[in-house]
Structure formats: C-alpha cells, structure tokens
Design a protein around this ligand. Structure first.
Ligand SMILES: [Zn+2]
Length: 205
C-alpha cells in the first residue's frame, strides 16, 4: 500500500495491529475518523489513552475495575464461598448477564496453551490456589470454554487443589463443545451454571 502521507501511513499501521483489522479496513477507519469533527476523534483517542493508563484490575478477582476491589467483590450480598473460574473479563460480563450467579469470580486472564507459549505461570492461578488455601472458598465452578485449552486449564487447577477441602464443579455442557462462552445465549449459559456437575464426574464422561 502506497501512502501520500507518512502521518496517514503511521495511523493505518497502528490501527491494523488490532485483531481482525487488515490494512484496507484500517485505512477505511482512519479516513472515517478524518471526516469526523475533530473533537470526536480526540475524544476517542483520549478514552483509549485513559483506559490504558488508568485501568485497574481487582486485587481479589482480577476483573477490570476502577477501584482496588471491583463492585462484585465489594458487594456484601454476593456469596464469597462460591467462586466461578473464568478465562477473561468478557466471560464475567456474559455470566453476569444471565443473573443466575450470585457468587464471586476469579479471572485467569487466559488459558493454558503450549502452542501459544502460555503456561500456568502466565495466568492468575497462584492467587486462586492461595484463595482456596485460606479456606474462604467452599466451591469452585470451572466455567472455561469447552475447548482443549479450557480442559487442560481446568485439569491443571484440579491437580493443584485436589488435596484441599473445596468442592470442584464444572458448568454443564449445554455449552456446545468448542464454543466460546461469550457467544453462548444467556438462558443456556445460566442453566449450565445451575446444572453444574462435580468436576471429577466430568472427567469420566
Ligand atoms: Zn473483584
């Protein structure tokens, strides 16, 4: 792609770093922004800079939060003995939308994927184990996407926690194999939490 302006080329190159955005789409988006009123483009760039510079992760569950603890962890009406383990923040949002879950979350920040060079040490697994060790958690629900990486991650955590007094369960497989949690409809996802099964039983099936 030949550019008549270095500034335009830079903007397109940066934009095309985003997932699913090729050079052509990036060019279309940048040209669109140039046609917008100047203040609108500045608002966008300011919102992005601010979210990047000021975002916090909840100290307890690693959800995105504006404060030290997120609103879910801070809510006294939530059951802190019940913790749902999810891959990322989008899964928290998807499960919250179902209104079927009144416990807390633990956001791992990804899943174990040797192909992508992601090991257990790259995820928020130690803090989960510590949480269980402290005795405050009575049940953990694995709500990872039913993919090979999700299963590997569940199994790794299961092995770490086997010797502790904590019930381990996994969401029912109403979530079709290979599906990402965030694309599952709310009713199916809500049911799959209510109909959860003991983790060890899920290993035999
Ligand atoms: Zn939290």
């Amino acid at each position: 792609m030949e550019f008549s302006s270095k500034l335009l080329e830079n903007a397109v190159n940066e934009m095309s770093q985003l997932p699913g955005i090729g050079k052509r789409t990036a060019l279309r988006l940048v040209l669109h922004l140039l046609r917008q009123p100047e203040h609108q483009t500045f608002q966008l760039s300011e919102a992005l800079s601010k979210v990047r510079a000021e975002i916090n992760f909840c100290k307890s569950c690693h959800n995105i939060s504006d404060k030290i603890l997120c609103e879910i962890c801070e809510n006294p009406n939530r059951n802190s003995a019940l913790v749902c383990v999810v891959e990322d923040i989008r899964d928290v949002m998807a499960i919250e939308n179902t209104s079927s879950f009144k416990g807390l979350y633990h956001v791992l920040g990804g899943k174990i994927s040797p192909m992508d060079g992601i090991g257990p040490q790259d995820l928020n697994i130690n803090s989960l184990v510590e949480k269980v060790k402290s005795g405050q958690v009575k049940e953990l629900i694995f709500a990872m996407s039913p993919t090979m990486e999700g299963d590997t991650t569940n199994f790794y955590i299961f092995r770490q926690l086997q010797d502790y007094e904590v019930a381990l369960s996994t969401i029912a497989r109403g979530v079709a194999a290979g599906n990402e949690l965030e694309y599952t409809d709310e009713i199916t996802l809500g049911r799959s939490i209510i109909d959860r099964v003991p983790f060890e039983a899920s290993l035999k099936s």
